[in-house]
Design a binder for this molecule. Structure first.
Ligand SMILES: *Cc1c(COP(=O)(O)O)cnc(C)c1O
Length: 431
């Protein structure tokens, strides 16, 4: 599958980088064959080191919603670059990004910038614990919230792909404070609240699960979490690192009309540079240092290049019709994959929410991680390999969501669905 230059680079990388990659899912362990090394990207396309061109649905795992190397984003980065890359002091660009976040997410009145989604969830949980004086956290099986110690329990894609339940190196004392429930299962949540309600600091949830494939919340699930949290004085944290600015301008909370207490953002927020954030109501965020006692800091937090890329990306997302276009693209692809599967006689289920979609080699419904894990692995592998050969770059794991960008044109989508027809026929031969 892999061409000569990428194979050579992988050998070289493995000598000095664990697995040759700086984040585990990039290693292609779920699909085999080793990853193509990417040399450059533009619009909807990426090119590997051997010069192969692909239509990209990884989008750097979510951030590249405006498309790769978008000229207006590059212009803003260049202009910031010329003024210096980091000061460790406040800048006007940080305010501009924070104001834009507060303007589109009604639940956020104040926001703190950090550099990664992991930092955002870790800090939001620290704040929830600090404010409530409680220690326990409820999370959902298959939801990923970054590699935070206490959250590496049943954590979806990366760890699922490796087939390990948690991670060595995380003290049991930490994970003992983490309560797990199946996604979309309010009865289980109520039971957990019955037992631990008074000890819970927060519930953290991906409002659309995107790290075990793409699994939307069933009607009433998010509303039910809101009610349970209110009743027991527990903070509700929406981890919108993936869904923020992706499923709607105001994220899943606006799309579904349920307000969390705290929100984590990342990915799209930085427009392809490292930026993430956590925010919420004024009285909660005022507990963060230096206003309040909950400590959190970062040398490169609010980095000017990342702020510039984020501001320009959010500006582009304010234009009318943008979310209609992203939603139509995701739906078109989900429908196309379903039709291709039907034509090949393969059982498939698919879901699309705004600018993200996913599919399972499973007849459906797929509402939680248990269901997702029943999907046909061999068929996914065959489908993935065949798509790659056809020039379609998909995430290399059955537990990931797919992301079209604003630069994915009709011909890209049609080309992708056409490739899916051929790939489904090949997948159908896998029993
Ligand atoms: C990607 C992701 C994270 C982690 O963000 P990093 O920037 O990789 O640390 C956290 N939560 C969700 C929902 C994500 O999709």
């Amino acid at each position: 599958m892999l061409n000569k230059t990428s194979r050579g680079l992988l050998r070289r990388a493995r000598r000095v980088i664990p697995g040759g990659v700086n984040s585990p899912v990039r290693a292609y362990s779920a699909v085999g064959g080793g990853p193509p090394f990417i040399a450059r990207a533009k619009g909807s396309r990426v090119w590997d080191a051997d010069g192969n061109e692909f239509i990209d649905y990884v989008g750097s795992w979510g951030p590249m919603i405006a498309g790769h190397a978008r000229s207006s984003v590059l212009r803003e980065i260049r202009s910031a670059l010329a003024r210096g890359t980091s000061f460790g002091a406040p800048t006007e660009l940080e305010i501009e990004l924070a104001e834009r976040v507060c303007a589109v997410l009604p639940s956020i009145e104040k926001v703190r910038m950090v550099s990664s989604g992991t930092e955002a969830t870790m800090s939001a949980i620290r704040l929830a614990r600090g404010v409530t004086g409680r220690d326990r956290v409820l999370k959902f099986d298959g939801c990923y919230h970054g590699h935070v110690d206490s959250l590496l329990v049943g954590a979806g894609s990366g760890v699922a792909t490796l087939g390990i339940p948690g991670s060595p190196g995380v003290p049991r004392a930490f994970t003992r404070l983490t309560i797990q429930a199946p996604y979309n299962d309010l009865a289980a949540v109520r039971k957990a609240f019955g037992r631990w309600g008074r000890e819970l600091a927060c519930v953290i949830v991906e409002p659309v699960a995107g790290n075990m494939g793409c699994i939307p919340p069933v009607p009433g699930f998010l509303e039910g979490l809101r009610e349970e949290c209110d009743r027991s004085g527990v903070l509700l944290i929406f981890d919108e690192v993936m869904t923020g600015f992706r499923v709607a301008r105001g994220g899943a909370q606006v799309h579904y009309g349920v307000e969390p207490d705290l929100t984590c953002l990342g990915k799209v927020l930085g427009g392809g540079l490292p930026a993430a954030a956590y925010g919420g109501a004024r009285h909660l965020m005022s507990e963060v240092a230096p206003e309040g006692p909950v400590y959190q800091a970062g040398t490169l937090s609010g980095n000017p290049l990342a702020m510039a890329a984020g501001v320009q990306t959010l500006r582009m997302l304010e234009e009318p019709g943008v979310y209609e276009q992203l939603g139509a693209a995701s739906q078109h692809l989900a429908d196309g994959f379903l039709e291709a599967a039907q034509a090949a006689g393969v059982e498939l289920s698919a879901a699309a929410v705004g600018g993200m979609f996913g599919f399972f080699f499973h007849p459906g419904p797929v509402e939680n991680f248990g269901h997702a894990r029943q999907a046909h692995e061999g068929r996914f592998k065959r489908f993935f390999a065949s798509m790659l050969e056809e020039g379609i770059y998909l995430p290399p794991s059955p537990y990931e969501a797919l992301f079209p960008s604003l630069q994915h044109r009709r011909r890209d989508l049609d080309r992708t669905v056409e490739a899916a027809y051929a790939a489904m026929r090949r997948a159908a031969r896998v029993r």
